[in-house]
Design a protein around this ligand. Sequence first.
Ligand SMILES: NC(=O)c1ccc[n+]([C@@H]2O[C@H](COP(=O)([O-])OP(=O)(O)OC[C@H]3O[C@@H](n4cnc5c(N)ncnc54)[C@H](O)[C@@H]3O)[C@@H](O)[C@H]2O)c1
Length: 453
Amino acid sequence: MKVAIIGTGYVGLTTCLAMAYLNHEVIGVDKDSDKLSLLRQGISPIHETGVQALLHQITENVCFTGDLKSAVADSEIIMIAVGTPPKQDGEADIRYVEEAAKEVACGLEPNREYVIVIKSTVPIGTNRRIAHLVHSVLQARGVRTDVCFASNPEFLQEGLALRGTFYPDRVVVGTDRPEAVDAMRQLHKPILERSFDPPSFLAAPDDENLPSLIATDATNAEMIKYAANTFLALKISFINEIAGLCERVEADVTEVARGVGLDSRISHRFLQAGVGWGGSCFPKDTAALLRVASEYGYSMPIIEAARVVNQRQRTLIVEKLQHALKILRGRTIGILGLAFKPNTDDVRGAPALEIIRLLNEQGAYVRAHDPVAIPHAREDLENIEIEFVEDAYAVSNAADAIVIITDWNEYRSLNLHTLAKPMSTPILIDGRNIYSPDEARDAGFQYMGIGRG
Ligand SMILES: NC(=O)c1ccc[n+]([C@@H]2O[C@H](COP(=O)([O-])OP(=O)(O)OC[C@H]3O[C@@H](n4cnc5c(N)ncnc54)[C@H](O)[C@@H]3O)[C@@H](O)[C@H]2O)c1
């Protein structure tokens, strides 16, 4: 099928490459000329597992352009995957989706059949609003053409984005037009049937469960996305709340989570205690859902509590450092991990940046490492006094404490003796519980995990 994808960020680019790999004819559209220039040279603007490899591999049926109107004119399916950042009051800002939709409407040709798909995470009612907007532009242009609308929320996880796109648990299509469901079913056919040869870097999952296509209406689809993300955020906050009590009663939350997660009704996924959730989705989606609820005078105390618990996890790190060092002013704190999760360079909503700001306010001096996210963190922290180092071990030079914030694989196999040796005081705050307390203590560390009494 001929597909135009508006926005080539984490979601858009991954979708472009996956659809092109499945032999669709794809045009990726972006208004960021730097991004386009990199993409045209075959360089990925984001760090995401397999994306660079696919960009090299697929050269024939994908191209990238800034010319939105021409890109959509000849497409059957037009997917909008632009950002929906949070406003000050938590409401999702749908300005970019609206702008993109208007531009799309300006490019549609008469007497054709199009399906416009909203992939961006948008508040309830946005799909209806976009349909109205597109029809108004078409009417003003005097163009008669058949346009169906579908909400197709994206559930991928950064760091595992291609896995999530090729092997989703479900594909949600929210529309009132059966033709749109048919078109989306055809687009996703190889994914729904798992009938494609997996890319070399992405083995098929062991399970035989094929993904379902859920055909529903747009409001349900919009709600499914928010409810899914909110539930995941809630699950993490739940185990973090349990972790706090574990510390007080001298239990170990990693053992508790193992025992709880083996219950198949619960599962171990998203049940790891730590510095709390971040990223560009959970914080903004929980805030946006609360904002929608407030428009109806409806309270959502569980979701509010999940956000409060999450915030507490950030200050917990500073409290642990205060407990161990007493005075933070003038101390050197080594930070391992800046990205909001491993295998991505994304620092939007990253716990590390918030913790670094808190430490900076306390007068501590921060030295930080991340395998790929330093350039983005540098931009974000431009007003903060901080030293970035290219080697993980360099954070420990004369440091008073080290905090592990992102569970990158390379941090799981550090030589703890080498790490501890050059420190002024060998204190390790393991914000992701990736080391065993005994192992860290054997290396000479005073060790504090999260929820490990
Ligand atoms: N990142 C994730 O893990 C994830 C997962 C699921 C859903 N989502 C949702 O998907 C949407 C996109 O997220 P993202 O992380 O990919 O965003 P992003 O910021 O990485 O990318 C958005 C891209 O859209 C481009 N853009 C904006 N307006 C445009 C226009 N009018 N024409 C052409 N290009 C335009 C921007 O230049 C940018 O490259 C958001 O609504 C987000 O909530 C994200």
